[in-house]
Write a protein that binds this ligand. Structure first.
Ligand code: LLP
Length: 425
């Protein structure tokens, strides 16, 4: 078989008959660190970031990496060193930012269920902004801040009610979603916020969904947010920044999302046309910064041809790569060293005791037990959503930088997993 070209993955390529990430042969990493193994390209992350940076050249803009996409410390370190802030959704994520050397002032805290403890810790650390998602949260944050003799900087997350045209589990800006404050309640909520002594209104925020591959939802959401900015400022409440969230999709399987710089050229043109071009901007991209920087390496354990289906059983599973099971998501699966010969159709499945434990369906592959496969687009929402189901330890992770490979997370042992548990008596 001829090795395929990988257009959406400029830092992952076949050299001869072997798959490389930057200058590192993936089969060497599998041998050294075992499988399943996540491998990330630093250059791919920085190239994805550079597209946003180009888009914002000459503007006042802060990119806050939405670290829920991949919160491993070695990944956060790449983004903090590149000048990014972080969008967090829990106290745990804040501690990760601080452990990776991130700057609390560049942290924004999103999420519908912040606890008082998380609010206190975030105020203590001096984060840049809370993105408040309900009127009830506003009141609690005010109380917590007053008790600490602080003023909490806030934005209100607006639900603009636009359809991001993506998977229903990952669309967030529709009326039926739990996120944000309804468009028509926004002004009243800002007036309430401005009257609360423990709060300082600093911005406005929206995020409409994830894996968005069209530009219209963004342009529509922007119009709706700018209408609100005008109304809020006309009511005497100035907004220092406008945060447009994240959500830009990546190419999993021939998807064609706009490039970050092209999308932002259009959005900035709209901002300019409406007189907001010099406003401080914030964005919260996650997937588009890391998704296609990652590959998950896995070994073929058994082949199990059958009457109705052929199963290719590998050592990675839904606990490592939960997206197919959760969203029927597609990830390309490629041999690290393609072999010639017959290539039947396989369902690539993991060892977990669930029929939902599949990584790819109906894939044409020439494989033998012991072969190594790479599951692509595994940089986002894989390791950060990994679990210990079936008492499987989470995989190890390697960050590739040119010709060098750095282990950024050891494979989790059973001892790691049962630490903290105890028998009764
Ligand atoms: N900001 C907020 C408030 C968010 O809720 C999210 C993602 C982001 C930013 C980053 O969105 P991104 O740029 O990564 O699309 N587990 C799902 C994705 C869930 C996304 C949740 N929110 C998946 O694997 O597809």
């Amino acid at each position: 078989m001829t090795a395929p070209k990988l257009p959406g993955h400029p830092h992952i390529a076949y050299r001869g008959n072997e798959l490389f990430v930057e200058g590192v042969r993936l089969s060497d990493l599998a041998r050294e660190y075992g499988t399943p193994l996540f491998v990330y390209s630093k250059a791919a992350m920085l190239a994805a970031l550079a597209a946003y940076q180009r888009g914002f050249a000459g503007r006042q803009a802060q990119i806050c990496y939405a670290m829920k996409a991949n919160s491993s410390l070695g990944v956060l370190q790449v983004f903090t060193q590149a000048g990014c802030g972080f969008d967090i959704v829990s106290g745990g994520e804040l501690e990760r930012v601080l452990a990776a050397g991130g700057d609390a002032k560049k942290v924004i805290f999103s999420g519908v269920g912040k606890t008082r403890t998380e609010m206190r810790r975030a105020l203590e650390a001096g984060i840049g902004c809370f993105n408040v998602e309900s009127e009830a949260e506003l009141e609690v944050l005010n109380e917590v801040a007053l008790a600490m003799k602080r003023r909490a900087p806030i934005s209100i997350r607006v639900n603009p009610n636009v359809d991001p045209k993506t998977h229903p589990y990952i669309s967030t800006g529709l009326k039926g979603n739990k996120f944000g404050i309804a468009h028509e309640r926004t002004l009243a909520t800002y007036q309430r916020a401005a009257a609360l002594p423990g709060l300082q209104v600093v911005g406005i925020d929206c995020h409409i969904g994830s894996q968005i591959t069209q530009e219209d939802p963004y342009l529509d959401a922007m119009d709706r947010v700018l209408d609100l900015v005008e109304a809020i400022e006309a009511a005497g409440i100035p907004l220092h920044h406008i945060d447009f969230g994240g959500g830009l999709g990546i190419d999993y399987n021939g998807d064609t999302p706009p490039a970050a710089d092209a999308l932002w050229a259009k959005l900035l043109a709209k901002l300019d046309a409406r007189g907001f071009g010099s406003r401080q901007l914030m964005i919260e991209p996650g997937r588009s910064l890391v998704g296609n920087a990652g590959v998950c390496l896995t070994e073929v354990l058994y082949l199990k041809p059958g009457e109705q289906k052929n199963f290719c059983i590998v050592d990675a599973a839904m606990n490592d790569l939960p997206r197919p099971a959760m969203y029927e998501a597609y990830h390309q699966i490629l041999p690290l060293a393609p072999r010639t010969g017959e290539a039947p159709m396989w369902d690539v499945v993991g060892p977990i005791c669930e029929s939902g434990d599949w990584l790819g369906r109906e894939r044409t592959l020439a494989v033998q037990p012991g072969d190594l496969l790479g599951v692509l687009s595994a940089g986002a929402y894989c390791m950060s959503m990994a679990s210990n189901y079936n008492t499987r330890g989470r995989a190890a992770e390697v960050l590739v930088d040119g010709a060098r490979a750095h282990l950024i997370r050891q494979r989790e042992s059973v001892a790691d997993q049962i630490r903290g548990e105890q028998l009764v008596g």
